[in-house]
Design a protein around this ligand. Structure first.
Ligand code: TGC
Ligand code: FAD
Length: 394
């Protein structure tokens, strides 16, 4: 792969909206990605192998639990800092950002928000340092967009101490190597609860899903529970019902709204650089109107997405962002990134399909990003419901 020469576009001087601390955190993440991710990520994707060697680096830039309080090992940062870290990581690769999103928003967040003090002390510091890696089990083979239909279930073991967990989760990021999994399952009354399942529990297995053409540097797999005996004390006591996992998704979707900007910025920057250097018909291709149209539209869309993400960050920090506002940003920004990746790849012509450049990898990755954490359609329907009051899901 070519050396990483990335320069971030900031067409509307959005840096002026950031504090010195935000810029410091962002720049530290950016430098780490250039130094430790860019040189190895193409090979990891080609090999379809999550590069476990980057786990300590992710922890060092605060990517595991950016907004989790420091007393539990988190970085204690604000929402914009969290967004900026996700943006920089996804600038390197969406799969690496996935690992960080799941660890922070889907594993640490529910343990912090809905776990007992004992859960927080036992799991959060190890998750923040990367000593433990986590996964989040909501999706099932027959229940993706409709997680409320899940059939994974638990019943009382009858020994006063344990529950017995049965079922299967599919498409689970980090599952093949996770130490702990936050699993959503129904009790005997059909009420959804979060259960912390730990590696080594008998009957718990995590087979990897192979042959992905997308997010190849992220490990995806199943969580299978066959009469797994789990202590009752591993049930998250703070909240039950579908709203509990959905509230975790709010946090992860917010991170994705920022992360997608990173992938788009990388594609734009690569295409702009290439267009200025590549000569055809005696001129740099950047001098042709058709290529300028593509590049001009890209920077316009990136700028709009940056503004949306920044405003959402402010609203979230003030505790005012609604789930529907988060859905709008996730949907808009990921679609923006998908379109930019496709256009940027064309600017590179044949070179665009090779691993010499990052664009094709971003393009393939973004096909997962537009599907997970709520599909493009589901987020549109969330906006539709919010503005009309009419539920078009069912
Ligand atoms: P519905 O009846 O609308 O809601 C059930 C209860 O949940 C509440 N609620 C929320 N609470 C917090 N945050 C949200 N975003 C919420 N959305 C809804 C709601 O108020 C209700 O509460 P209550 O107290 O009245 O019971 O539920 P529904 O069954 O009609 O489904 C709604 C729908 C379709 C929007 C929802 O289920 C959905 O979002 N589906 C998409 C599934 C999804 O996003 N899965 C993601 C799995 S994780 C993943 O993909 C990780 S990828 C790795 C990475 O992040 O990198
Ligand atoms: P389906 O729900 O079957 O949807 C298929 C199509 O039907 C979509 O186009 C959808 O938009 C459309 N559709 C569905 N319902 C409606 C409706 N009511 N109206 C109109 N159209 C509709 N899940 C986890 O729990 N944890 C993870 O860590 C995780 N990681 C993932 C990693 C990867 C790489 C991928 C690809 C997925 C991951 N997922 C994870 C699962 C992801 O959240 C689901 O794939 C997603 O929610 C969609 O579910 P589905 O694939 O079953 O599609």
């Amino acid at each position: 792969m070519k050396p990483d020469l990335f320069e971030a576009p900031d067409y509307y001087n959005l840096d002026e909206l950031l504090t010195e601390e935000h810029k410091m955190i962002r720049d530290a993440a950016r430098s780490w990605v250039k130094r430790d991710v860019s040189p190895i990520i193409e090979q990891a994707a080609q090999d379809a192998k999550f590069p476990e060697s980057i786990i300590p680096g992710l922890a060092s830039i605060g990517a595991f639990g950016p907004y989790i309080p420091e007393e539990y090992g988190g970085a204690g940062l604000d929402q914009i800092s969290y967004g900026l870290i996700m943006q920089e990581i996804e600038r390197g690769d969406s799969g690496v950002r996935s690992t960080a999103s799941v660890q922070s928003s889907l594993v640490m967040y529910p343990i912090w928000k809905y776990g007992s003090e004992e859960h927080r002390k036992k799991f959060l510091p190890k998750l923040a340092s990367g000593e433990f890696m986590g996964s989040f089990g909501l999706t099932e083979p027959d229940h993706g967009s409709n997680p409320g239909g899940m059939t994974t279930n638990f019943k009382d073991a009858g020994d006063g101490e344990n529950i017995i967990l049965n079922g299967a989760k599919l498409w689970i990021s980090n599952s093949p190597f996770c130490d702990v999994a936050v699993v959503w399952a129904k009790n005997e009354e059909g009420r959804i609860h979060g259960v912390i399942v730990e590696r080594g529990m008998e009957g718990f297995s995590t087979p990897e899903t192979h042959n992905k053409w997308s997010l190849r540097a992220s490990a995806t797999g199943e969580l299978i529970f066959q009469d797994v005996k789990v202590p009752k004390s591993n049930i998250l006591p703070g909240r039950s019902g579908l709203g509990a996992p959905l509230s975790c998704l709010d946090s992860a979707r917010f991170g994705i709204a920022w992360g997608a900007i990173g992938a788009a910025m990388d594609c734009y920057d690569t295409a702009l650089r290439y267009a200025k250097e590549r000569i055809q018909f005696g001129k740099p291709i950047a001098a042709f109107q058709l290529q300028q149209k593509k590049l001009a539209e890209m920077i316009t869309e990136i700028t709009k997405a940056q503004l949306l993400a920044w405003r959402l960050g402010v609203l979230r920090e003030e505790g005012k962002a609604t789930s529907a506002q988060i859905s709008m940003a996730k949907r808009n920004n990921v679609e923006m990134a998908v379109k930019i990746a496709r256009e940027a790849r064309q600017i590179l012509g044949g070179m665009g399909i090779t691993g010499e450049y990052s664009i094709m990898r971003h393009m393939m990755n973004l096909e997962s990003v537009i599907t997970y954490e709520g599909t493009h359609d589901i987020h549109l329907l969330i906006t539709g419901l919010d503005i009309t009051g009419e539920n078009a899901f069912k």
